[in-house]
Design a protein around this ligand. Structure first.
Ligand code: GRF
Length: 209
């Protein structure tokens, strides 16, 4: 399986995927920011990179189309969004239906969108974590595959939560990608997901409680 990782920033999840020695091959990394540290991580690992800056394109659709062509050139089977900070057009999402993953720093469907750690603290939640899900046109709403849960501690702040959630992400994302590479997780044309030959009705959960 040929994998592309889309990034905008630090790329710690990209690093976790590189370090996991997946059964699939990360053949390319695309960044919409030329200064993303993730690009250095890719280069160090000998992975080809492409910088496609959204500000160089007149519309979301034209930017997405250039990315789509790059993914086709690389003959990609699976697109992994890892801190990619652009909303994708519905036509792009449709083209990669069932072949594109995202990781989100909350227990979806709670806290879609930004500033999840602050919102968890504001609500006084006891649980927090991350979700790996397939990407559909609606933001942060596609079928959830894996969730990792932690217990919010009294001394937690946004920095400690970000760090603790990142640790969970670095476990969850390589695990899900490996399961897809090995066929343990399959996406069916009707949008449902199969895990170990059974329909997946709710995300597989790991907890650090
Ligand atoms: C992660 O917290 C991920 O959940 C979110 O963006 C962040 C990316 O971090 N989508 P990194 O660039 O992989 O370090």
């Amino acid at each position: 399986m040929k994998i592309a990782v889309l990034v905008s920033g630090q790329g710690s999840n990209l690093q976790a995927l590189i370090d996991a020695n997946l059964s699939g091959q990360i053949v390319g990394v695309i960044s919409n920011k030329a200064n993303a540290y993730a690009l250095q991580r890719a280069q160090t690992a000998g992975i080809q990179t492409a910088v496609i800056e959204h500000k160089d394109y007149p519309s979301r659709e034209s930017f997405d189309e250039v990315m789509h062509q790059q993914l086709l050139d690389w003959e990609i089977d699976l697109v992994v969004l890892a801190g990619f900070m652009r909303i994708l057009s519905s036509s792009f999402v449709q083209k990669w239906h069932g072949k594109m993953l995202n990781i989100h720093p909350s227990l979806l469907p709670a806290y879609k969108g930004m500033h999840t750690h602050q919102r968890v603290l504001n609500s006084g939640d006891v649980y927090h974590g991350c979700t790996v899900h397939y990407v559909t046109a609606e933001l942060d709403a596609g079928p959830a595959l894996v969730q990792c849960v932690l217990n919010v501690q009294v001394h937690d702040n946004t920095d400690t939560l970000a760090q603790r959630v990142h640790q969970l992400e670095h476990f969850a994302y390589p695990q899900v990608v490996e399961w897809i590479c090995t066929g343990t997780i399959q996406h069916l044309d009707n949008g449902s997901v199969v895990y170990r030959k059974q329909l997946l009705h709710k995300p597989i959960q790991f907890s650090q409680l």
